[in-house]
Design a binder for this molecule. Structure first.
Ligand code: CDT
Length: 309
């Protein structure tokens, strides 16, 4: 056994006018609860410090900088770092990053048990659009406010295991998991903000959206023999509903723990990293079975190229 006792810390809705300080207080409450339950690693959602602001169109792009963090830790988040170090708990959370060079990323970090940032990931697969779209029931302007991540999909040695990150829409792309799988990943942690309505197909329904969410996580976990932990920001933010679906998936692709509801809450589970070995040494022993001579189009082209005729 090589256990990480992990806490998936779902956040309920964050309204537009809620301060970073208020959200950090909620995050600390969840951390205290996780500590009482014996967790050593707590994972929070994507863009955990604010409302899901890409739903709001700012005519002036620079106006959106109010949602971004210029430093991490910041004055507002320092208490979270302090509490994590006091508890000896590692953590991961997402935030909007504004670099000193003026670049904007949708970012997640891993902080070790001593409170040091040891891993940073910037979201690669940005969904949505970059201009106001009157055809949609709601806006999803990630392509307006962020540039695609420039750090790839690294995997870090932390907590006695191999841990990687991705963010929300990344979970729908098999390449995300496979690039980490090729580095031996044993635990993928991710946060998400997923509207319960498809802005371009309002008849889709929550049930199908939840199905696609879980299907993606379960396939990624199974096909790479890794744990996957997905943490929602959920509930109604300023009239816009985000679905829940916080869950933990084992390396067989089975959901082993799920959080009900759309409020703040923690889901604690012992993830035995040794459970990744069987899949990695048998059906998904990449060194023996992958056939890269046939995978060229995956990195050589973006869109579909139809066969001739
Ligand atoms: N935050 C995020 O990436 N949400 C997307 C919504 C896609 S709809 C434009 C998701 O994949 O859940």
């Amino acid at each position: 056994m090589r256990n990480i006792r992990l806490a998936a810390a779902q956040l309920g809705p964050i309204q537009k006018d809620e301060s970073r300080q208020a959200v950090v207080r909620r995050m600390i409450d969840l951390m205290d609860d996780a500590k009482m339950k014996g967790a050593e690693f707590i994972v929070y959602p994507e863009l955990a410090l604010t409302t899901f602001f890409p739903r709001w169109h700012h005519e002036e792009r620079a106006e959106a900088d109010i949602w971004f963090e210029r430093e991490m830790p910041s004055a507002a988040t320092q208490p979270l770092f302090d509490r994590a170090a006091q508890h000896g708990m590692a953590m991961s959370f997402g935030y909007a990053e504004l670099t000193p060079e003026g670049r904007h990323f949708n970012t997640s970090i891993i902080v070790d048990k001593e409170g040091r940032i040891v891993g940073k990931y910037r979201k690669v697969h940005l969904p949505g659009h970059d201009e106001f779209d009157p055809e949609r029931t709601h806006q999803h302007l990630e392509k307006r406010y962020f540039e695609p991540g420039d750090l790839g999909f690294p995997v870090w040695r932390i907590l006695g295991g191999l841990v990687g990150m991705c963010i929300c829409n990344d979970r729908r792309w098999p390449e995300t998991y496979r690039v980490m799988g090729l580095q031996g990943v044993e635990l993928v942690v991710l946060g998400f903000n997923t509207p319960s309505v498809n802005s371009q197909n309002s008849s889709e329904g929550l049930e199908k959206r939840m199905f696609h969410h879980k299907l993606s996580l379960q396939a990624g976990a199974y096909q790479n023999a890794t744990w996957v932990v997905a943490v929602a920001k959920a509930g109604v933010e300023d009239g816009h509903h985000l679905m829940g679906g916080t869950c933990i998936v084992n390396p067989d692709g089975e959901i082993v723990a799920e959080l009900e509801g759309e409020e703040d809450g923690v889901l604690v589970h012992d993830c035995d990293l040794e459970a990744t070995r069987f899949g990695k040494e048998t059906i998904f022993d990449f060194a023996r079975h992958r056939r890269i001579e046939h995978y060229g189009p995956i990195t050589a082209q973006v869109g579909v190229r139809l066969p001739p005729g």
